[in-house]
Structures are given as C-alpha cells and as structure tokens.
Ligand binder design. Structure first.
Ligand SMILES: [Zn+2]
Length: 82
C-alpha cells in the first residue's frame, strides 16, 4: 500500500472508525515509515486541539472533524509530492 493510502487510514483511526485489521496494518506501517509517523502525530495533535476548541465553546465536536483536517492535509501532501 502506498503512503497516501495510509493517510486515509490515519484519519479513520483518529475518528475511531478503523477496523482492527487495518489498525494493525497502519501501526505496522507507522513503525516503518517516519514520514507517515510524523504526519500521524501532526494529525493527532490537530484533531485533539480542535476537539478542545469545540469543548471549550461547549459546542458538539463534529463527527468528521479529522476527515476535514485530512482533506486539507491531503492537499498539502500532494503539493509537496511526498
Ligand atoms: Zn508511509
């Protein structure tokens, strides 16, 4: 599987919508690929920050918050030609 595919898995993982089989696959890739691991940490941080943001304002966290972040990250990912 190519790195770009894992980007999608990371997004689903952070939304807790990833199957265990794919979690194993993702975790294995993250242990081998520094680039995806760095992206994973960036996304994890961004998602957690946006969740905090919504909570502080007593707003409901949108279910697809990480999908939206993922969408923007994918644009960056493509621009930088990883
Ligand atoms: Zn990778």
């Amino acid at each position: 599987m190519k790195c770009e595919k894992y980007l999608e898995l990371i997004s689903l993982y952070l939304d807790k919508e990833l199957d265990q089989m794919l979690i194993d696959d993702l975790e294995e890739h993250l242990s081998l690929c520094a680039r995806c691991l760095a992206l994973f940490h960036t996304m994890e941080k961004t998602v957690s920050l946006s969740r905090t943001y919504y909570k502080q304002r007593h707003c409901k966290v949108p279910r697809n918050v990480s999908s939206q972040i993922f969408y923007h990250l994918r644009i960056i990912y493509k621009k930088e030609k990883f």
